[in-house]
Design a protein around this ligand. Sequence first.
Ligand code: HEM
Length: 184
Amino acid sequence: MHVGKHRLLEETDIRNMVYLQAIVKETLRLYPPEPVIGLRAAIEDCTLSTGYRIPFGTQLMVNAWKIQRDERVWPEPHDFQPERFLTTNKDMDFQGQTFELIPFGSGRRSCPGVSLALKMLHFILGSFLHSFKVATLSELEDVDMTESPGLTNPKATPLEVLIPHSVIIVMYLWLSHLSMIQPE
Ligand code: HEM
């Protein structure tokens, strides 16, 4: 236990919360918000290992969604298994040099917001799970994770979760504490 029940999560706790970091990585692997990364042009003729010849100047789009579900890299590629980032795929990060995991793109036009995005994702998700009980409407059914087609990757159906009534009051206080809701 890194935080316990008697205080809120702090930013400095995140570095010890390796499973939380693995959950964020696994979510961005399976559901990259930008599944097909924008236009690039080949700067020279090249031939891929698969035999495809790409002539100079060809416009390319990178299918990150597909790359991140490649079964040669990711065992059981369609399953949500955060543990893989603590074991088989533990050296993979978002720096853009691990081309099997590129939710933020790679190279000099990769996402400049990666550091802020990860700080926010870790802190908000960690604080939420630490402070609230969350349940699905039916404990018997998995959440429907169907995706919508498009340049971004929204959920096809709304996410419906239960936050017990008494907890909603605590949630309001918690959000006020973070200045996300300003009391009138
Ligand atoms: C989970 C959150 C985010 C994801 C998955 C994400 C992903 C991406 C991707 C895939 C690209 C295109 C990279 C490429 O073409 O190689 C991109 C570009 C960009 N992102 Fe993000 N991003 C996120 C959050 C943010 C945040 C928080 C900011 C700013 C505060 C930001 C600012 C930008 C900008 C300005 C570009 C364009 C960079 C350029 O064209 O040179 N992003 N992002």
